[in-house]
Design a protein around this ligand. Structure first.
Ligand code: ATP
Length: 353
């Protein structure tokens, strides 16, 4: 069992004004893939490096499979790490790069060869084993870095933005391959990214970080559909969730002088309405329960069209089908699906339940 259990982890760098990681607790189940997601500087890498043993926490504990490893040196932890900068050795062949960790462990040559072949097969590197890194593409080099990590058959795999050096198309391809590979291997994995699409697509669970803290953790779609705060809703998803200033009054939502029915149970008072672009039904004809809006920008994406619309003085993004005819300046009627509306406290930015 390689469950990772983090309790009350804290880290402030010398001279740092604020903690890079504060009071972080999280559990990654055996075989689970947890994605740490957050903006640059939120503490993702610091958290990962503490799990790896490359940074010393100021407080808190890290357990793997129940054993406290907080103060063990990195090499005594049964884990492998893949870095963003894939750090392969330029003067070693692919085979020797992949087998490096095993050789350091004084594994028998036969066994190294067999395991390198196994890992190379999983990453489709069989035909490249005699090449040097300079003779590889970026995508192939990244595969070598992943092969080098999994060949060790670690209890826990730590990945820090492993796809960020690849171009968009390669990233898309490798993302799906990596997901299958990790599922097949069943290795417990903590995966750091600031790319929210990657987080949604890869993670079995996503932990969203902000200023050193985990602000929400859950299944990707759970977090996407019901963000706990306007920070999470604004960070996860492309486009970000729309937030509109409104007042709930007498069973209606009042927004820019217009009224639409409020979902049952909404109490009176000022709110920020949270609504995803794809949960708004747009129409060119007037309807009583829809908001009158004007199209400002129209962006065809191929699979759908993204419309920036103005409701009074407030802007929002609406996703319409690709065959929906709309041009800048057109009048639109927008009906947010009531079952997908969220409400947030305008003062704290936290979800109201
Ligand atoms: P990114 O996505 O940009 O890599 P991150 O979320 O991984 O960001 P960290 O690298 O963990 O963030 O950094 C968290 C905070 O700690 C930042 O404010 C950063 O400036 C600071 N920090 C990181 N490493 C050090 C260091 N070695 N010394 C001092 N401060 C550091």
């Amino acid at each position: 069992m390689a469950e990772v259990e983090i309790t009350g982890l804290e880290k402030t760098y010398p001279g740092g004004a604020r903690p890079a990681v504060r009071a972080v607790s999280a559990t990654v189940a055996d075989g689970e893939l947890l994605v740490l997601l957050g903006p640059s500087g939120c503490g993702k890498t610091t958290l990962l490096r503490m799990i790896a043993g490359l940074e010393t926490p100021d407080a808190g504990t890290i357990r793997i499979g129940g054993a406290d490893i907080t103060h063990l040196p990195p090499r005594e932890r049964d884990l492998s790490m893949v870095f963003q900068s894939y750090a392969v050795f330029p003067h070693r062949t692919v085979a020797r790069n992949i087998g490096f960790g095993l050789a350091m462990r004084k594994t028998a040559r036969r066994e190294i060869e067999a395991k390198v072949e196994w890992a190379a097969g999983l990453l489709r590197l069989e035909d490249l084993l005699d090449r040097y890194p300079a003779q590889l593409s970026g995508g192939q080099r990244q595969r070598v870095a992943v092969a080098r990590a999994i060949v060790m058959e670690p209890d826990v795999l730590l990945m820090d933005e492993p796809l960020s050096n690849l171009d968009a198309l390669l990233r898309l391809q490798f993302r799906a391959e990596l997901k299958k590979l990790l599922a097949d291997l069943g290795t417990t994995c903590v995966y750091v990214t600031h790319d929210q699409v990657e987080a949604l697509s890869l993670g079995e669970r996503v932990a969203v970080m902000d200023e050193g803290e985990i602000v929400q953790a859950g299944a990707p779609l759970e977090v996407y559909d019901a963000p706990a705060s306007i920070f999470v809703g604004g960070f996860l998803g492309s486009p970000p969730m729309n937030f509109l200033e409104a007042v709930v009054d007498g069973g209606a939502i009042e927004l820019e002088g217009q009224r639409i029915p409020a979902p049952p149970g909404w109490t009176a008072g000022p709110v920020l309405i949270g609504v995803r672009a794809e949960t708004i039904i747009a129409s060119g004809t007037e309807a009583a329960d829809a908001l009158r809006a004007a199209a400002e920008v129209v962006e065809p994406l191929g699979s759908a069209t993204l419309v920036t619309a103005l409701v009074g003085g407030q802007r929002l993004k609406v996703q319409v089908p690709a065959d929906f005819t709309v041009a800048p300046g057109d009048r639109l009627w927008l009906r947010p699906r009531p079952d997908r509306l969220g409400r947030y406290d305008p003062r704290t930015g936290l979800a109201l339940t």
